[in-house]
Design a binder for this molecule. Structure first.
Ligand code: NAD
Length: 350
């Protein structure tokens, strides 16, 4: 199973470690160092089998290469997955992250990590006690902290760009926006939208979390078929698929979740229904800009906010290019990434 997955992958290298003390499988996937060191977060999750974790890591690492290339950052793409038998806490967790930090250090900067699902700034602090190759440690430990506010801000600018493209006006005031998932990113996005005068509807499997945003709540099983201007997926991936797309009643899909399309054909399904899709790996790059920009590129807050706002401009170019070429927005974004990576681009410049 590992052999087949690795043979089919177009990335550079994968480091595999079995952590005996905890029974954790660790996969560090370096997809590309063409534009710089491979960057991408560390995901900790229970998987059915180690091969599933490897598959997830390989796919996420390629996604990081595309995301960072389109964001114009001088970095390659990578991702690490810790496939744990259960999510550890306390000393057990700290020791696991120390051993993992030693592994990252041994790679000598080829891969630089950061937070992802089930990992946060405290884990980055632990990793940072063993290696300098880590982003988003806590501020007292010299890091830039939680990046989710900039992911939310980039998504907000992306929503405005999509509204401008569809309605000729980027004002969110009075627009109905459904935010699905009100965790670190979705909760902050809901707040930004409310402050800008949007009619915000929120949905989360954790009802208390949804209510705490102050917006009107919608039961999770009714969310996708709600009539709205914008559907902003900020929870899980693959919510856009053959089953859900026919029932959508929105003009725009623009949210922060990774891997929103179940298959590339779903991009075409959205286009055929006249729904404008903001490619996930373009609109959700604000968090990466936060860690890399503040800690590696010497940006201050003003420069970071300027770059995050630029996500809206990048999306506008992608929307216009897709329309001109008669291709999906996802395909236009893929072509832009390929162009920045110096791979053969299959269309005109956006
Ligand atoms: P999070 O875990 O803080 O929040 C996710 C929320 O979604 C939780 O509140 C959870 O209860 C809810 N949820 C889960 N299943 C749901 C369902 N079926 N319906 C409604 N709600 C559901 O995660 P996050 O950091 O806010 O990230 C959200 C998404 O954005 C993820 O896909 C993540 O990969 C992506 N993303 C996050 C960042 C970041 O800076 N945190 C950056 C880029 C991309």
């Amino acid at each position: 199973m590992f052999e087949e997955l690795l043979r089919q992958w177009d990335g550079e290298e994968v480091v595999v470690r079995h952590d005996r003390e905890t029974g954790t499988w660790i996969f560090v996937c370096v997809h590309s160092t063409t534009l710089g060191p491979a960057m991408g977060g560390t995901r900790m999750k229970e998987y059915g089998a180690p091969a599933e974790a490897l598959e997830d890591g390989l796919r996420l690492a390629s996604g990081m290469t595309r995301k960072l290339a389109v964001a114009g950052l001088p970095c390659g793409g990578g991702k690490a997955v810790l496939a744990v038998p259960r999510v550890f806490e306390g000393d057990e967790r700290r020791r696991l992250f120390e051993r993992y930090g030693d592994l990252i250090d041994a790679l000598g900067g080829t891969y630089v990590t950061g937070p992802d699902v089930n990992t946060g700034e405290h884990d980055m602090d632990t990793i940072g006690s063993r290696t300098p190759h880590v982003f988003c440690r806590s501020a007292p430990n010299g890091g830039s902290g939680d990046p989710s506010i900039h992911t939310a801000l980039g998504t907000f600018h992306g929503i405005r760009a999509a509204l401008r493209h569809v309605y000729g006006d980027d004002a969110v005031i009075g627009r109905r926006v459904l935010v699905q998932g009100t965790g670190s990113v979705g909760g902050k996005l809901a707040r930004l939208l409310l402050d800008a005068g949007a009619v915000v509807l929120v949905s989360d499997v954790d009802e208390e979390r949804a209510r705490s945003t102050g917006a009107e709540t919608v039961p999770p099983d009714e969310a996708l078929e709600l009539e709205c201007d914008v559907y902003a997926p900020c929870a899980l991936g693959a919510t856009l698929n053959e089953e859900t797309i026919p029932g959508l009643r929105c003009r725009v899909v623009a949210g922060a979740a990774n891997n929103q399309l179940a298959t590339p054909e779903d991009g075409e399904r959205l286009r055929a229904r006249g729904i404008l899709y903001a490619p996930d790996f373009v609109i959700n790059a604000g968090g990466a800009m936060h860690g890399i920009g503040l800690e590696q590129l010497g940006w201050d807050e003003v420069e970071l906010e300027r770059r995050v706002e630029g996500i809206g401009e990048t999306l506008t170019r992608i929307f216009e290019w897709a329309e001109r070429e008669g291709i999906t927005t996802d395909e236009a974004a893929e072509r832009l990434a390929a162009e920045r990576l110096g791979r053969p681009a299959t269309g005109n410049r956006p």
